[in-house]
Design a protein. Structure first.
Lengths: 99, 244
């Protein structure tokens, strides 16, 4: 039997990265501030994880402005969607395995 | 993996339970097992919760529905008294002047505005209170999206009704209100607790039936905006808020 753990993606081990991906799966795009509020994390912490996700090619960053304030929004990439659904299926399989 | 503790210093942590002390020789016993994915069920629950909370406005209170319903019924009663005044004059005198008719129109429109504002303010307050209790923001991207998606059908309906009033087509105002409001709710249900869609369906059905009996507009209006709101509000409150 295939080891179910192999399906899990290391990138999503972290709860904040997992949270970011969950939010982006159901929202076309979301701003940095909304993400911060939803996940209840600090600026620096969130930024680090966002960079990590971006480097993995799972999210896209759009920099924009509202007046003079920067407004950075994030959206999920095709690759990110695929990786995340694979991760979820792996989680589901694991639970089925336990039952 | 466990290193021998022979000859090493005794571990310092000692647990006392009653008269017995328990010494912890192997720290590993108290370490969390950190296999990746052991928390898969927790992870899935978290994912679901975050998806739900980030895409839907969940603070909409059932009590808001009840408050709006009460405002609507109150408004319908007052409107009814306006009508019976007007028709009382008409019946006793045999005619009414154009002035009296436009006065009736003006009073009804004002009444409508006041009822709307009161319903809106009370619903807003109750929803705000629920959000604050849960520690959630009232005005975030979910509520903005909800508001926008409700506004679109409502604005279209408003323009449509103003258009009808320009041609003095009064009898279809109530059915049009109900149908457009129902459509707005069905549209909004994607962005808040989805149960509101059933309220939307009911409003649409009621508005459509009202088209067949246009003379009873006020009754249908009171049923749709008053009674249905209250029933919906009580059901929602019972389902989501009662136990909290």
């Amino acid at each position: 039997m295939k080891n179910p753990i192999t399906g899990l993606n290391k990138v999503f081990d972290n709860r904040i990265r997992l949270g970011v991906m969950s939010v982006l799966m159901v929202n076309e795009e979301i701003s940095f501030n909304d993400l911060k509020q939803l996940l209840e994390v600090t600026d620096g912490n969130l930024a680090t994880h966002l960079v990590n996700l971006e480097e993995n090619g799972f999210i896209k960053v759009h920099k924009g402005f509202i007046g003079r304030k920067t407004n950075t929004t994030y959206s999920i990439t095709r690759q990110g969607e695929k990786a995340f659904s694979d991760h979820i299926s792996a989680l589901e399989n694991m639970i089925k395995g336990v039952k | 993996m466990l290193k021998s503790v022979k000859g090493q210093k005794e571990p310092e942590k000692i647990w006392k339970v009653g008269e017995f002390s328990h010494t912890l020789y192997y720290k590993v016993l108290f370490m969390e097992e950190k296999l990746p994915g052991t928390n898969s069920l927790n992870d899935l629950n978290d994912i679901r919760r975050i998806m739900e909370r980030s895409s839907r406005f969940v603070s909409l209170s059932g009590l808001s529905g009840v408050a709006a319903g009460i405002c609507a019924i109150g408004g319908a009663f007052i409107a009814n008294s306006y009508f019976s005044n007007y028709y009382g004059v008409y019946n006793s005198r045999g005619f009414t002047t154009g002035d009296e008719f436009s006065q009736l129109k003006l009073r009804l429109i004002l009444l409508g505005g006041v009822v709307f504002l009161m319903a809106f303010a009370s619903s807003y307050y109750l929803t705000w209170r629920k959000a604050r209790k849960a520690g959630l923001p009232v005005w975030d991207h979910t509520s903005k999206r909800l508001a926008w998606n409700m506004m679109v059908p409502l604005m279209a309906g408003g323009a449509f009704i103003i258009g009808m009033l320009r041609y003095d087509v009064w009898i279809f105002v109530a059915p049009a209100c109900l149908v457009f409001y129902g459509l707005a709710l069905v549209n909004a249900s994607k962005y808040t607790l989805s149960d509101i869609r059933y309220l939307g369906y009911c409003e649409i059905v009621l508005g459509t039936i009202n088209m067949l009996y246009p003379g009873y507009g006020l009754w249908f209006w009171a049923a749709g905006f008053g009674v249905l709101h209250i029933i919906y509000g009580v059901i929602m409150w019972n389902k989501y808020e009662r136990n909290n």
